[in-house]
Design a protein around this ligand. Sequence first.
Ligand code: CDP
Length: 242
Amino acid sequence: MNAPLNGPVPVIAIDGPTASGKGTIAQRVATALGFHYLDSGALYRLTALAALRARVPADDAVRVASVAATLPVAFPDGRIELAGEDVGAAIRAESISEAASIVAAHPPVRDALLERQRAFRQPPGLVSDGRDMGSVVFPDAILKVFLTARAETRAERRYKQLMEKGLPASLPTILHDLRMRDARDSGRAVAPLQAGAPEAVLDSDDLTIEQVVATVLDRYSTAVRFQASGRSAGAGGSMLQD
Ligand code: CDP
């Protein structure tokens, strides 16, 4: 089973709060299915970095949106480039995480990035991760997953990640920042982080990465089978689109 035989290019939308493991899971699912992968958060991070470099304040919605609309990005061989420079590490800095969350709350910035995200939908399929993949960018996704975990678990994961990279980190600070970002991402007026249907929720607190990947692949197989049999969402689970 790879992709449905008919219909639009399938999208698996994986949304969730910060440090829930969306990126790792989405990439592995994409590799397993031979699908493309979109890290939508990277676009918000790139916008924040480009704005910072252009000395545009993160709270200036109109000017940040014009930065987003003209972002010179490229993703050659999985690298993340801004105007030809590899910024894969720079956009992961905690200061950029914070700025990305601020710029992402501006509606004109989100509009400016919408078509850029949709352009990633190419055969044979796409796995995308973010906050509004299932609600706004790909509302017709064949499968929507809301990947989450307790704030403490997520903070510990982010702490380990930073330590492994040899970056300075403090667990209480990470937990505090993560809660602030959760509140901003969930409370904003436009495209807030939301779980969607209860069936979409995948709680990763007590699961390994392999178990989460296997669960997503399993849900995808079910979704493809339902689609092939012409049944609607109500027949088997509301993670399916009707
Ligand atoms: O790694 P982490 O989950 O913290 O962040 P990310 O997925 O790289 O996204 C960075 C920021 O961009 C988040 O704090 C969100 O505010 C924002 N974002 C968004 O608003 N919509 C998306 N589809 C993806 C990210």
